[in-house]
Every structure is written in C-alpha cells, then in structure tokens.
Design a protein around this ligand. Structure first.
Ligand code: PLP
Length: 427
C-alpha cells in the first residue's frame, strides 16, 4: 500500500484478505481467544510472539483499522482508543508521570484543556500553556527540566487557530521532547503533521473520520521518528525494564518504530482499559473508506458559508482559516493547501437573543454539541456549553454571547446558504 495515493489507502489500507476471506474487515466480536497450550499463550504474555488474548488490550478488527490510520498519517504504528479523550490521555500518559511537565498550546479543545490542566494536575503532572502564536523565544522559555511532551491541535476546536507545526516541533526537539499533535479537524486528507516533524498524532475519530455521528472513538499514531533511547534518562517508562512485563525494555525490544504503541497497548490498555469496541472500529472503517471523498466537500461548504457570512450585514465577524482576512490564512495555506475543515465560527449582531432566534429558525442545520458530521450542525456556546457564564465572563473567555459555531456537512452548499440566509432574515 506504501506506494498508493492517500485516496486508495482510505479505501484499502490496513486489511488485505487472502483467498476466500471476507472482502470487508470482519468484526471479531469476541472478548477472548483460544490457544492449544499454555506455552503458546505464555509467549503472548511475555511479548515474545504477537497475537491476541483479550480484547481489553487488542482486537484484530481494531488493528486492521489502526493500520489504515497509520498508513494515512504516514506513521509506523497506531492503536484505537474508546474516545478522542482517551487517545490524548494515553498519548501523554505514556511518557509523562508524577513530576513531569507538559508544554501545551492554550488553544485546544475544552475537554483536552481540562484533562491537562485539572486531571493531570491531580496526578502530579504540571503544564505551561503557550499561545499558538508564541514566538520561538516564548516557546523555548516555557520548557522546564522536567518537560516530557509538547501538545497542540492542527486546527483548534473551537477557536479555529492554526498550529505552526514546524515551529512547535523545532522547540520541542530543541528540548529533547516529542511534539504530539491532535489532527482531528483536518484529518490526514488535509494535513499530515508527521510530514512537518510532529512525532505523535492523535484523533477523535468521532469526528470526520467516522463522519456520520455514529461511533465515539479515538486513535494514536506514532511516527516512529523519536529516538527515546537517545534521551533514556527522560523516558524511563520506555527505556528501562518494565517489571510488570518481565523486565522488557520497550525501546530496546521494539525500536523507535514500535516502542511507543507497544507500551501504550500492552501496559496502559492492560491497566486502564479504554479500548474501542470492534463494532465501533468497523463503523469507523466505513467512514474512512470515503474520507478522501467527503473532506473536500466539507471544505467547499465551509468556505462557501464563511464567504457568505463575511459579507452579511447581520454578522459581526467570521472566523475561518480559509478566508483571506483570517489571521491564520497563510499558515493554513502552508500546512493545508487544499483547505482545513468545514467548521466555521461567527458572531451574530444582537448577542444571545439574536443567536437563539437564528438557531431556532434554521431548518437544515440542527443544534448539537457535535461537529464534523455529514449533517450540518451548529451551537451557540453562550446558551449551551458556556451557559453558566454571564455576558462579562463570556467576553473574558473570548466567547461573545452571539458566537455561533457551525459545522458544515455534506449537503448542497446552495441549500445550506439559503437556510442560513432565511434564519438571519428572521432577526
Ligand atoms: N480532540 C478534539 C480536537 C476534539 O474536538 C474532541 C471532541 O470534540 C476531542 C479531542 C475529544 O474527542 P471525543 O469526544 O471523541 O472523546
């Protein structure tokens, strides 16, 4: 599959049936796997042989789909998790422990922000947030002797800031730590962070990868480029013997191509669970088979809606990296020449009341907390995710009362614009 285009990989990578085998990836709906001798099974427990023994750690359906995602991102290994939250938790916790420190972009999904700033803090893992627009000097100043990872989102949800991946990777590598990039919004169709020197890529597969609002899931992909052994004192979990696995040293046994995902699977999945169900992995694969066809349409619709809104008298401003007026236009062009995603945010004049009226009068676009679905959906943070804040607090949080996030689906753009236009006319 290596030499095929990404479009072909979307359809066929990760699973090649042999003669007479199912054409579609089989759903292995089994918690466990049978062996003839204890010795055979023992080899799996010792990581001496590869195979399956319990679906909390690994399942063949998941592994086919993970292999496809690794091929799409250009990584050497990948795994599926039960959600995007679990993917980011596992990716960071695989190399951080009590006493570690993370440098993260401040412009990231709220759930990930909470995970890093609240939950990790309780576990003794500290964080310094940096602006996605920070200069090289500012980025370098955020690192400490105990920093073990740098984190950012290619296109941040919901701020739609665009990460300068090369700049972040340069700062991370200057301090001997890997850059982890959440690539949920552009997907590998529009951006492949590993090509820009990111080391590990994560996904909420719940979004465009599934694309049909059908299955919650996540994925972690390793580039195989980060040399853990060169910084062995910083990554003891990968570079010193794991007593819970009979003294295996992951980086030694599996090399830089396989150590990160093998440890994450055999140690963290074993201890914490959070695997994606094989049913969901199957549904995810159906989404992946058309990802390359769907993403250009999401971008086309996002661009058309953003341009329409930018010229509308009832709209205060529009945020979409595909607009020439956008602060991130040039950065987006560099990393995503074919466009980023279909999510657009804009402020409606008239605050919360106008926003509520607008949403109520939409016919095609539904009010949902979701994004990246085939069906257009939208949300007013002030009356939903941020409803506990008053107008003053909303302003401070950079979420004006009239802010609307709209995730453009796969409908015809003319119908979407007509729907939005009619709803704006009611205000
Ligand atoms: N990362 C990003 C960029 C997201 O937008 C989300 C959810 O919206 C997540 C991670 C968390 O993913 P999930 O909802 O699948 O747990």
């Amino acid at each position: 599959m290596k030499d095929y285009s990404i479009n072909t990989k979307c359809v066929q990578a990760g699973y090649t049936p042999s003669n007479g085998e199912p054409r579609q990836i089989p759903i292995i709906q089994s918690t466990t796997f049978k062996y003839d001798t204890s010795e055979d099974m023992g080899k799996l427990f010792d990581l001496e042989a590869s195979g399956y023994f319990y679906t909390r750690l690994q399942n063949p359906t998941n592994d086919h789909v993970a292999a496809k995602i690794a091929a799409l991102e250009g990584g050497t290994a990948a795994m599926l998790t039960s959600s995007g939250q679990a993917a980011n938790f596992f990716a960071l916790f695989n190399i951080c422990e009590c006493g570690s420190h993370i440098v993260a972009s401040s412009s990231i999904y709220g759930g990930t922000f909470n995970l890093i700033s609240v939950t990790f803090k309780k576990m003794g893992i500290d964080v310094t947030f940096v602006s996605p627009d920070a200069s090289e000097e500012e980025l370098n100043a955020a690192f400490k002797h105990n920093t073990r990872a740098m984190f950012g989102e290619t296109i941040a949800n919901p701020a739609l800031t665009v990460l300068d991946i090369e700049k972040f990777a340069k700062a991370a590598h200057a301090h001997n730590v890997p850059l982890i990039v959440d690539n949920t919004f552009p997907t590998p169709i529009n951006c492949r962070p590993i090509e820009w020197c990111a080391d590990i890529v994560t996904h909420s597969t719940t979004k465009y990868m599934d694309g049909h609002g059908a299955a919650v899931g996540g994925a972690i992909v390793d580039s195989g480029n980060f040399d853990w052994m060169a910084h062995a004192d910083m990554y003891p979990g990968l570079c010193t013997p794991d007593e819970s696995y009979h003294g295996i040293t992951y980086a030694e046994k599996f090399g830089k191509e396989g150590a990160f995902i093998t440890k994450c699977t055999s140690q963290l999945m074993r201890d914490l669970g959070c695997i994606q169900s094989p049913q969901n992995a199957f549904i995810l694969n159906l989404g992946l088979e058309s990802l390359h066809v769907r993403m250009p349409r999401h971008v086309e619709n996002g661009q058309a809606v953003a341009e329409f809104l930018e010229n509308h008298p009832k709209v205060e401003y529009v945020s979409y990296p595909g607009l020439k007026s956008n602060k991130y236009y040039e950065t987006a062009k560099k990393y995503m020449p074919n466009g980023g995603c279909g999510v657009v945010s804009f402020e409606i004049k008239g605050g919360k009341e106008a926003a509520e009226k607008f949403l109520k009068n939409l016919k095609l676009a539904a009010i949902e907390t979701h994004v990246a679905d085939a069906r257009t959906c939208c949300l007013n943070p002030a009356t939903s995710t941020h409803r506990q804040l008053n107008d003053e607090q909303l302003k401070e949080a950079g979420v004006p009362a009239g802010l609307i996030r709209i995730s453009c689906g796969l409908e015809d753009k003319k119908d979407l614009i007509a729907d939005i236009s009619a709803a704006l006319d009611t205000i």
